[in-house]
Design a protein around this ligand. Structure first.
Ligand SMILES: C[S@@+](CC[C@H](N)C(=O)[O-])C[C@H]1O[C@@H](n2cnc3c(N)ncnc32)[C@H](O)[C@@H]1O
Length: 487
């Protein structure tokens, strides 16, 4: 596939894809852990498994080992119709009424959909799917299990019965209040400073952070800093129709450009060089790219996909179409290497090898559970107001924000089929942070491991799945299972 830009920027691309030295790795993660005030962890490299995270103190079973803030994350486009969340930190925003109203609105248009968890590394139980549709008398509530991570809430949802559109609209615009919803107050909605009507936030600080880190270049609103908003719209449409991982790759590119622009004046000042040379530009670009340079990566077309996945050539063609829209929207010769197919493919490949499913539980579920658990008399009082809304929601009500995200520390954790931690959201984890919990006692000095797959599968199936990550697992369980297979 001929691509002139790739040839022109070949040298810079080589520099960007050069793996960091052990010293650079050590420095980067030391600074990251210090800045984020994360205690008890170290990142070290070893010859066999590359970077890994190690315990720097003892952790008891169930201790939180890490809460990791993502570098790049997106909510899946199909999920935006069901869950209204902050575009930066992924907390639910607005109000219970807005959440329900939006979902009912898209449901009424026939375009709401939920796609169940797929092959992610983060195990999480969706309660919505196991709610029974108890259409019996109002007010009768079973003594259900209220454990949010596993139990099935006793339902007071009735037959599906759509609400008139005026009622749905009054939920969305705040005119209609649901009983006792004030107990589940959510942050007010802050609109995008670029006025795109696509991104919303839980606070001014999230809006600012998103604008400065990514969104100013990716916004399709009137204050966008991109070169061509039309091309951006086409880029987004293409990504939504094909693979929304392109939206995440665009975030990684925008992030690097914005850092480049921020670092460059200071860098030029430092070297007192007004006629800035190509090598200066490259060193600024390498600095801006550093967080991405640390991620384990290979070209998207060289990642092994599912057997029925698209071919290498199809991946390249798809990525090139996407990249062409992005070039039109924000190409600049100064950091042209970021717009080569080689770099685009490696960013996507990095996400393929490292990403974690982004999952945040909805407060609407807490609200419905709360109503369900009310004493009979109180429930009878509120049911006449809430029953029509619950019946309109129906059983397929979606209660999870779903997306995908790249986390700088969690992505350094190596795999084991007998891991000592699990990536797991607790009841109180209601934002986009990744939470890693100790599943047994971990001693200082031990490597922290997670499982990338379902570790309960038989040996051959585990190795087959791990082939996607390009290694053969040699953990103690695999060594034991293999010796049994060999006998
Ligand atoms: C999510 S990254 C983990 C961090 C990685 N070691 C690094 O250097 O950035 C996944 C990659 O780490 C390596 N890896 C993870 N677990 C491993 C294991 N148990 N044995 C060998 N290699 C492993 C594989 O190359 C895999 O594709």
């Amino acid at each position: 596939m001929v691509d002139g830009i790739d040839e022109r920027f070949a040298e810079q691309v080589r520099a960007l894809l050069q793996p960091p030295t052990p010293l650079q790795v050590q420095e980067y993660y030391h600074n990251l852990l210090t800045e984020r005030q994360i205690r008890g962890l170290k990142v070290k490299q070893n010859v066999e498994t590359g970077k890994g995270v190690y315990a720097d103190l003892d952790f008891a079973e169930e201790d939180v080992v890490l809460k990791d803030q993502m570098l790049f994350g997106i909510q899946h486009s199909y999920n935006k119709m069901d869950c209204f969340v902050c575009s930066f930190c992924f907390r639910f925003i607005g109000s219970i009424e807005i959440q329900i109203g939006k979902q009912l609105y898209f449901q009424s248009l026939g375009i709401s959909m939920d796609i169940e968890d797929h092959n992610g590394t983060c195990s999480h139980a969706s309660k919505a799917s196991c709610w029974s549709n108890s259409s019996d008398d109002e007010g009768t509530v079973g003594a259900g299990d209220s454990d949010s991570s596993e139990g099935c809430a006793p339902s007071i949802l009735g037959e599906i019965n759509p609400l008139p559109i005026e009622v749905v609209e009054s939920l969305m615009n705040g005119e209609l209040r649901l009983p006792l919803s004030g107990k589940f107050a959510l942050p007010s909605v802050v609109p995008c400073p670029g006025d795109c009507g696509e991104a919303y936030y839980c606070s001014e600080s999230c809006a600012k952070a998103d604008w400065e880190s990514f969104h100013s270049l990716l916004c399709i609103g009137i204050n966008s800093k991109s070169l061509c908003r039309q091309a951006l719209k086409q880029f987004v449409e293409h990504a939504n129709e094909t693979n929304d991982i392109f939206l995440l790759a665009a975030k990684a590119i925008a992030f690097t450009i914005l850092r480049y622009k921020k670092f460059k004046p200071a860098h030029c000042e430092e070297i007192k060089d007004s006629a800035v040379s190509t090598s200066t530009n490259l060193s600024v670009l390498l600095e801006a790219w550093k967080p991405i340079s640390m991620g384990h990566k290979k070209g998207w077309w060289n990642c092994i996909g599912e057997p029925d996945d698209i071919s290498k050539l199809e991946r390249k063609e798809l990525a090139l179409t996407s990249l062409q829209f992005l070039r039109e929207a924000m190409f600049d010769e100064e950091f042209g290497a970021l717009f080569t197919l080689e770099i685009y493919g490696h960013i996507i490949g990095m996400f393929e090898l490292n990403n974690l499913d982004l999952i945040v539980e909805s407060p609407v579920e807490d609200y419905i559970q709360f109503i369900t658990d009310l004493p009979d008399q109180k429930k009878k009082e509120v049911e006449k107001d809430i029953r029509p809304v619950l019946n309109a929601l129906g059983e397929d009500y979606t209660n999870l924000c779903r997306g995908t995200a790249f986390y700088p520390l969690q992505s350094c954790m190596n795999h084991s089929c007998c891991p000592n931690t699990k990536a797991f959201k607790r009841e109180e984890d209601r934002d986009g942070l990744a939470t890693v919990i100790a599943s047994r006692l971990i001693h200082k000095g031990e490597e922290i491991t997670i499982s990338y797959i379902n570790e309960d599968l038989p040996y051959e199936e585990r190795q087959e799945l791990l082939a996607d990550y390009n290694f053969t697992c040699k953990c103690s369980k695999c060594v034991r299972d293999q010796s049994h297979t060999d006998v």
